[in-house]
Design a protein around this ligand. Structure first.
Ligand code: GUN
Length: 297
């Protein structure tokens, strides 16, 4: 069998079109322009690329973009003061503090200082709790993108066995919550899981989010399963260059799976598209305007 390739790049472009249409409607009917503020502390090159892309895509779909670049030695008090100002600013509907933060800053404290209704990353403990209890939450962008792709592929996910490999707060745990909410039977596997290969072979849906290059191979996969690869790892090639690979060994996995996301071009592009979707959702909720269909969990 050769798996169907799930094209995240094309899917993300469709989500961005939907967001742009929603933004145009908000402007025309309600005179409101959604605004996203992104805060970057320090000079991590990968984070700078992400933030630049976020800014460009925010503007491209008609939203306002506010970038705050702070020096690596910014104090916690200074960062918290900026977050307070953004919380109070009516032009800002979404706030994202790029992670990781420099070591002297307490990430939990900083994230939990964001007003929950503006927490477009869905990392605030209020949003984590709302998601876990099945209430209306802001949902983390990468798991939301994975869910959209799974729903598109399967329609209903009800009753399917889902295994999420990885237990991070950003992907693994919220992914498991979302799958549970869609009535999957969910298992979270991690570095201490026993007989992880056999466990993964039970999965109708296998989500790999561990950050270990090509860890999941074809023999871990149930024939016909849908495989979502969240990993983005840069590895060295024998020729002395580098290349991007996922947490799944694509070549062997694609022989067994029914459908699979590639790296690059799979889940990656969905993350920023869902960030834009979350900003539109946050803007609608704060103005008591009905949210567009299909852009939330
Ligand atoms: N760093 C890597 N991924 C993310 C993300 O989704 N949100 C934030 N805030 N920082 C990140």
């Amino acid at each position: 069998m050769t798996a169907k390739i799930l094209d995240g790049k094309a899917f993300a472009a469709r989500v961005r079109e939907q967001v742009a249409a929603g933004v145009a409607r908000l402007k025309a009917d309600h005179g409101v322009t959604p605004g996203l503020a992104v805060v970057l502390v320090g000079e991590d090159p990968a984070s700078e690329v992400y933030v630049r892309n976020k800014g460009k895509q925010t503007l491209a779909c008609g939203m306002a973009s506010f970038e705050h670049k702070l020096a690596a030695e910014t104090s916690e008090a200074e960062l918290l003061a900026l977050i307070d100002r953004l919380n109070a600013d009516p032009a800002v509907h979404g706030i994202l503090v790029q992670l990781p933060l420099p070591d002297h800053l307490n990430e939990d404290l900083v994230i939990n200082a964001i007003a929950p209704e503006k927490d477009v990353d869905g990392f605030h403990i209020s949003n984590v709790g709302l998601l876990a209890t099945g209430q209306k939450a802001m949902v983390p962008c990468t798991p939301l993108g994975c869910l959209m792709m799974l729903r598109e592929e399967h329609g209903s996910l009800s009753g399917l066995n889902a295994v999420v490999v990885g237990r991070s707060n950003i992907v693994g745990k919220p992914m498991a919550q979302l799958l549970l909410r869609d009535s999957c039977t969910v298992t979270i596997a991690h570095s201490r899981t026993r007989e992880i290969e056999a466990l993964c072979r039970q999965a109708d849906i296998l989500v790999a989010a561990v950050g270990r290059p090509e860890m999941v191979t074809g023999d871990w996969i149930k024939p016909g399963a849908t495989v979502i690869d969240v990993g983005i790892n840069r590895i060295e090639t024998p020729e002395g260059g580098t290349r991007l690979v996922g947490d799944v060994d694509f070549a062997s996995a694609a022989q067994v799976a029914g459908a699979i996301t590639p790296v690059p071009g799979g889940v990656g592009p969905m993350t920023i598209a869902c960030l834009l979707a979350n900003t539109l959702t946050a803007c609608c909720r704060s103005n008591d305007i009905p949210e567009p269909e299909g852009l939330t969990a």
